[in-house]
Design a protein around this ligand. Structure first.
Ligand SMILES: [Zn+2]
Length: 200
């Protein structure tokens, strides 16, 4: 029976219309950061990230998972953060969190427990590249208790504070021949990753 409202063709058209509606809704829900005027200063965001990441360090070591979230400013000019996401290589792409009524100001993530196989005392190239691509700064905490800020606009990363300024993994062992510098450009970080002579 192919008569009436529920013909295969009508159902097919209905699905197309529904799909179009969902796509348009999704497009209207995403907005650029430029639509939102942020009023918080960079030092306020840094202080917020330091407190949040500091509080996540021990859980991140215990679970040996990266934990990430996006820091945003709400329409009252207050800082908040999205629900935490944890995983092996937790990713908090800012584009998934850009909801109406909030302006993302930074991403942040921990680096899990100490592992001598990983150069986790500095941000990864992927960390830097994804923050630069999203145009929003990033904060990274390390097993050694360092805090890094990735400046998306100026394309460099710098230590906000050094070893042990946040909670440190008891298993952490500093690598004297591999002491991180206080600042890296993309090229300098890549050179560090390529240099296999300095691993502990
Ligand atoms: Zn990272």
């Amino acid at each position: 029976m192919n008569t009436g409202l529920f013909t295969t063709r009508n159902i097919f058209i209905f699905c197309i219309v529904l799909w179009g509606f969902i796509v348009v809704r999704a497009m209207m829900n995403t907005k650029g950061t430029e639509d939102f005027v942020t009023t918080v200063s960079s030092s306020e965001v840094t202080a917020y990230a330091k407190a949040q990441l500091g509080a996540l360090q021990e859980r991140s070591f215990a679970e040996d998972q990266e934990i990430c979230a996006v820091i945003f400013e709400n329409s009252d000019g207050e800082l908040g953060s999205t629900p935490l996401i944890s995983g092996e290589m937790a990713s908090c792409d800012i584009r998934f969190f850009d909801e109406p009524g909030m302006g993302p100001v930074a991403s942040m993530h921990t680096h899990g427990a100490y592992n001598s196989q990983y150069d986790s005392e500095v941000p990864s190239m992927l960390d830097m590249q994804s923050d630069i691509a999203s145009g929003v700064d990033g904060y990274v905490s390390t097993p050694g208790g360092r805090l890094w800020r990735i400046d998306a606009e100026e394309r460099f990363t710098e230590q906000v504070c050094g070893e042990n300024c946040l909670a440190q993994d008891p298993a952490y062992r500093p690598c004297e021949s591999d002491e991180p510098k206080s600042r890296y450009s993309l090229d300098e970080l890549q050179a560090r990753m390529d240099d296999s002579s300095i691993r502990c």
